[in-house]
Unconditional design. Structure first.
Length: 237
């Protein structure tokens, strides 16, 4: 557990800090599906008492990241590929629509902010700071949707982002995925600058569909790895 979670040194409240640390570890895949989270072990790894750990686990359970079972405790939930793909397809539809609307409203200041975020993502990628890259990536897309003044659409998109955050582990499975993603960001900004809603929508949808493809690649690799492991066990026996 200590290899996955580091002691907490800064926080607003301890329960929020524990929640953030566990959530990041689950999204990144460091805490894998079906992993049992023992409050005592988590508390020891993070250097806190068990009380904030229990509070954090309850909150994670409401978001679907863990399952709480009497006499068992907390277990990291499994991600069903079909459900995750469905959420991503919904994101593609809504975010494509939002990008089209943004092309009609984006200002020079908005474009400058987006370009700065792209530069910051390049820096994070070059430092291999993937968590920072993913955080900036979400800020980039949110900055686009901030321009459209459609609060219900924005809320729906944010809810879907939360539901699909565990797809971000696909960036770790496919080499150079962050570099490709940021090239696409530049293309989206160029389309917005031209006021080309069709192209902004197409590029936004394509980027999300690429994530679906990356997830399928990861699933295929897991199947192959499982078969190889089974073959090795058969040979050993």
């Amino acid at each position: 557990m200590t290899r996955v979670l580091a002691p907490i040194t800064t926080y607003t409240t301890k329960s929020e800090a524990v929640y953030s640390a566990l959530r990041r570890a689950i999204i990144s895949g460091a805490l894998a599906p079906t992993r049992r989270l023992v409050a005592r072990e988590v508390a020891g790894a993070l250097g806190v008492s068990e009380s904030p750990v229990r509070e954090a686990l309850r909150l994670l359970a409401t978001e679907g990241f863990v399952r709480l079972t009497p006499h068992v405790g907390a277990v990291v939930t499994e991600v069903l590929d079909g459900e995750l793909e469905e959420v991503l397809f919904m994101r593609a539809a809504l975010e494509g629509m939002a990008a089209r609307l943004a092309a009609e409203r984006v200002t020079a200041e908005d474009l400058a902010d987006l370009k700065r975020l792209i530069e910051r993502m390049d820096g994070a990628r070059q430092r291999d700071a993937l968590d920072e890259y993913l955080r900036l990536n979400r800020q980039f897309h949110q900055r686009i949707y901030d321009t459209i003044d459609r609060p219900r659409l924005e809320k729906s998109i944010q809810d879907l982002w939360t539901q699909s955050e565990r797809s971000q582990a696909s960036f770790r499975m496919v080499p150079r995925s962050a570099a490709r993603s940021n090239r696409e960001h530049r293309m989206i900004v160029a389309a917005l600058a031209r006021g080309d809603g069709d192209e902004a929508e197409r590029l936004t949808r394509r980027q999300i569909f690429t994530t679906v493809t990356m997830l399928r690649v990861g699933r295929h690799r897991r199947v192959i790895d499982a078969r190889m492991h089974a073959d090795r066990r058969a040979v050993d026996e």
